[in-house]
Design a binder for this molecule. Structure first.
Ligand code: WTA
Length: 637
């Protein structure tokens, strides 16, 4: 067995689970001992969900990059750490061995130092999916700076909000990013964001697309030039900064039910241990396997299962710059064949999109290297599950439906490939160390099986969210105050007769569009800032490809002659304020919204209308103006 903490049979799983509940500290301590520490911890766990205050391995000193890189050098220095597949089909792939990764991370760590970055500083990373993105994150971790990666699809306004929230004085970006046939002008977007962020001291720009960019003297420098300067001084071996177990590793912004995105903070040791443990066990990873996670590093899935979990396990991570449907819908399968991919980890929205092209793009593609298939980001519908199983896995690859969140850092509920049971559309069983609980609206625990409720977690796992950056109270109210002594996930779940979990979707005002979390309040705020808009309400509706689409009901201050133009203008405003990912699929103009006498919008009614359920709207007699419901029904898009 390759990893001492890998469970390989159902009995071993049950044994590990039992131990993790009865003796959680001993359970995690044995796993922690397999990592590289500069100094051992004083205490395994201290916790209190009321604050919340969770500390794993307090007093321990370490650096995550020694665990991701240095410790693999003696035996696996020449093994590939990252295999990079470019967006443009004619371009050569790159293979970065652990030795090479070490060299590159040290070089860029020195660049960061030369540019004034030190321990504890926040560094915003806004790049495309190129190896330099991984190198930049690891270089931050090497010197103890806190990275805040922002997905390349966010607008200048979103970036500026995040820069201000984290008071990030340093930025690493690219001239542009290739995504399919598009070239996204990242540096130009950063320049727009920086108009309102005069506190930013340095922007390091990595050349990728040769897009013309403006470089401001004294503020902007080229990645490649800075590396050259360091090389001229002789290649450095930047020592890994000694960090505390509970020091923050990164901030990652995510949407919640209020208007402003939250900066989820993860700490070093717990995150490292949980991502590695879950990676090895869920995917049943074997050294030498090629792991292809198709997420963007700008989301938590990329942080945990392209980067940290995979590299800590000494694995090989395939990083793909492009999109599944460009230049054609066979791209993933070509990559699987070319790089002999063993584990494919993708999202239901990608599967549904590829499914819509039929099986022609699969013809002539050899997928026999695949051993395990994974799914993440949203509930996977049965049709997509079966297509994935039959056409991609050839019915011989276990499918792991992995449920987790930005806030949980790593996978919490999932099948362990080939080890624990699987069931289409079920995430199934908790990982060792994870104690799911279902509660009713009043927080009463629902015991027994064949029951649905709100999903909570009872006991801290190592990579539980530590705080929301700059606003600890927000972390408490969002996750730990709804139900005393429980972490509340915001998801609903069903536990079947066998005790297997099926995630039924969000129970709060958060949508899941193509696996991206979008807060309805955020989109409403964006729409309301459009001139002429009085009020708006956003709900989700079932969408064939995206899982959920965005339906907007909008009240204008006066009827517009050209409704179509107004619609387009509103979409433009949303794109400017948040990014194209938050654009509503449908905008219906209405003269009022169904409100209670106390002024609360009855979203339930709006949701039903958007879903096309026009008959059973429930009791509308408590509404201030019940007639508005008929108007909305008639105007439904
Ligand atoms: C949803 C992504 C059903 C869920 C890792 C959760 C899922 C939100 C699954 C977190 C799954 C994620 N089955 N639903 N396997 N995985 N979700 O923070 O609603 O981007 O709360 O993290 O996605 O999204 P986030």
């Amino acid at each position: 067995m390759a990893y001492s903490f890998q469970v390989t049979t159902y009995d071993e799983y049950k044994e590990a689970y039992k131990k993790s509940i009865e003796h959680p500290e001993q359970f995690w301590e044995e796993i922690a001992a397999t990592f590289t520490w500069k100094k051992k911890w004083n205490k395994v766990l201290e916790w209190n969900f009321a604050e919340p205050d969770v500390q794993w391995f307090a007093g321990g000193k370490l650096n995550i990059t020694e665990n991701c890189i240095d410790r693999h050098l003696p035996g696996r220095g020449d093994s590939p750490a990252i295999i990079w597949e470019p967006n443009n089909p004619g371009e050569a792939s790159r293979i970065i061995t652990y030795n090479e990764l070490h060299r590159q991370v040290c070089l860029f760590a020195q660049v960061l130092k030369n540019n004034g970055v030190s321990k504890g500083d926040r560094v915003c990373i806004y790049m495309g999916m190129i190896p330099e993105l991984a190198i930049a994150m690891l270089a931050c971790a090497r010197i103890g700076a806190i990275h805040s990666v922002i997905f390349g699809g966010f607008s200048a306004q979103s970036i500026s909000d995040r820069l201000q929230d984290a008071n990030a004085e340093y930025i690493v970006t690219c001239d542009g990013a290739f995504r399919g046939a598009k070239d996204i002008p990242l540096k130009n977007i950063i320049d727009d964001a920086l108009v309102s962020c005069p506190f930013v001291k340095r922007v390091i720009v990595c050349e990728r697309t040769d897009t013309p960019v403006s470089m401001i003297k004294g503020r902007d420098v080229w990645w490649q030039d800075e590396i050259l300067k360091v090389q001229q001084q002789g290649s450095p071996d930047v020592p890994a900064e000694e960090m505390d177990s509970e020091d923050p590793l990164f901030i990652l912004y995510t949407s919640g039910s209020t208007g402003k995105p939250k900066g989820v903070v993860h700490s070093i040791a717990g995150y490292m241990i949980h991502t590695t443990y879950s990676f090895v066990n869920v995917f049943q990873y074997q050294p030498g396997d090629v792991h292809f996670c198709t997420a963007d590093v700008g989301w938590i899935t990329g942080h945990s299962y392209i980067l940290y979990g995979v590299l800590c396990a000494g694995g090989t991570s395939l990083m793909f710059e492009g999109i599944p449907t460009w230049p054609d819908a066979g791209r993933f399968w070509e990559i699987v064949q070319k790089h002999q991919v063993n584990v494919l980890y993708t999202a239901p929205t990608a599967i549904r999109s590829l499914m819509s092209f039929g099986t022609a793009p699969l013809e002539g593609k050899d997928l026999s290297s695949l051993k395990v298939l994974g799914s993440v980001g949203e509930p996977i519908n049965e049709e997509a599950w079966h297509w994935y199983n039959e056409h991609i896995g050839n019915k011989r690859c276990p499918i792991v439906d992995t449920w987790w969140q930005t806030e949980t850092g790593g996978i919490l509920i999932s099948t362990l490939a080939g080890v624990t049971p699987m069931k289409p559309s079920f995430a199934t069983l908790p990982l060792p160390g994870v104690q799911p609980v279902l509660v009713d609206e009043n927080g009463k625990e629902l015991e027994g099986n064949d029951i649905s409720g709100n999903l909570c977690i009872r006991f801290p796992w190592p990579s539980v969210i530590r705080t929301t950056y700059g606003d600890h109270e927000r972390c408490r109210t969002a996750y730990f105050a709804t139900y005393p002594n429980l972490y509340f996930t915001g998801d609903g779940a069903y536990r079947d007769e066998q005790g297997l979990y099926r995630i039924t979707g969000r129970v709060d005002d958060v949508l899941n569009v193509s696996g991206h979390r979008i807060g309805t309040a955020e989109v409403e705020n964006a729409i309301n800032s459009h001139t002429g808009v009085l009020e708006s309400a956003i709900v989700g509706f079932p969408h064939d490809l995206k899982g959920q689409g965005i339906y907007a009901y909008v009240i204008l201050d006066e009827p517009k002659h050209d409704a179509e133009q107004t619609r387009k203008d509103i979409l433009q405003t949303v794109t400017r304020i948040i990014g194209a990912i938050a654009k509503p699929d449908k905008i219906q103009f209405v003269t009022g919204l169904p409100k209670t006498r106390s002024g609360k919008i009855m979203r339930r009614i709006l949701r039903k209308i958007a879903e096309g359920e026009l008959e059973q709207l429930g009791d509308t007699s408590t509404l201030l103006d019940p007639a508005i419901v008929d108007e909305i029904k008639e105007g439904r898009l």
